[in-house]
Ligand binder design. Structure first.
Ligand SMILES: Nc1ncnc2c1ncn2[C@@H]1O[C@H](COP(=O)(O)OP(=O)(O)OP(=O)(O)O)[C@@H](O)[C@H]1O
Ligand SMILES: [Mg+2]
Length: 236
């Protein structure tokens, strides 16, 4: 199958089980939202997919290629990129240096220059401030930089862990619009969000994770209308 296929993964931190048989899929160009309360296992799922954590059992494949068992740098070579929780940009490096770090797998200078130019077209604010330290950006701008850096790696699967967390509400809309645009270019998106309403709104499909298991799944709009989801995650 094309895209991401996560099948029955288990993971424990020492003795503490975090994933207990989670399965999910994301086709090319799909926005797939992963909801769940604190500690449900969302970040752990993303880290297992990214190869940062090795599942105890179960498998992760992308475009039919088995990724589980490979280290992160090899997983990244298959186009799987994670923009982690807390938008870890390198605050003492410039914006441009941060972006260039994202193009790690490309060693042709001409291609790197093209990627940078494309990135600056999408993010004119980053272009204006390319020589400034990333630490001088606002939280929302740092999140944009973290996503832009992820795009420099030319992902085929982009995982975003809580991209709107701690961001001023008026900037959140821009982040969601950007995610829609990225997906429209054929990239699969795995979106982990606290902002359930906005993330279900743009999701083609969504999963609810609880104690390391998927307890509910369906089209974004169906979950928006689901009484359990409304009660547990939408505060209605
Ligand atoms: N490094 C770690 N060592 C031990 N336990 C951990 C570690 N990281 C996470 N856990 C535990 O694993 C479980 C899943 O955590 P995870 O971070 O995946 O949840 P999450 O759904 O991303 O939560 P949040 O919404 O708070 O980000 C939780 O019980 C958490 O306490
Ligand atoms: Mg998390």
């Amino acid at each position: 199958m094309k895209g991401l296929e996560v099948d029955n993964i288990y993971f424990a931190y020492g003795g503490a089980r975090a994933l207990a048989g989670a399965s999910l899929r994301a086709e090319p160009g799909a926005i797939v939202t992963l909801l769940g309360s604190n500690g449900a296992g969302k970040t752990t799922t993303a880290k297992v997919i990214a190869g940062a954590l090795m599942p105890a059992s179960g498998s992760v494949s992308f475009d039919g290629v088995l990724l589980s068992g490979l280290p992160t740098h090899k997983v990244m070579r298959h186009g799987v990129v994670l923009v982690p929780e807390g938008r870890r940009v390198f605050s003492r490096m410039t914006i441009q240096e941060n972006l260039l770090m994202g193009a790690y797998k490309e060693n042709r200078q001409q291609r790197v220059a093209e990627l940078l130019e494309k990135c600056f077209t999408t993010f004119p604010r980053l272009k204006e401030r390319r020589s400034q330290l990333a630490g001088s950006l606002s939280g929302g701008e740092q999140q944009m930089l973290a996503i832009a850096r992820g795009l420099m790696a030319e992902p085929r699967l982009l995982m975003l862990d809580e991209p709107s967390l701690g961001i001023m509400p008026k900037l959140v809309r821009g982040i969601f619009e950007l995610i829609v645009e990225i997906a429209a270019s054929g990239v699969s998106i795995l979106l982990i969000e606290q902002n359930a309403r906005a993330s279900l709104d743009i999701a083609s499909y969504a999963y609810v994770l609880d104690k390391g298991k998927i307890i509910l799944e369906g089209a974004g709009r169906d979950l928006l209308a689901d009484a359990f989801v409304q009660n547990a995650y939408l505060g209605t």
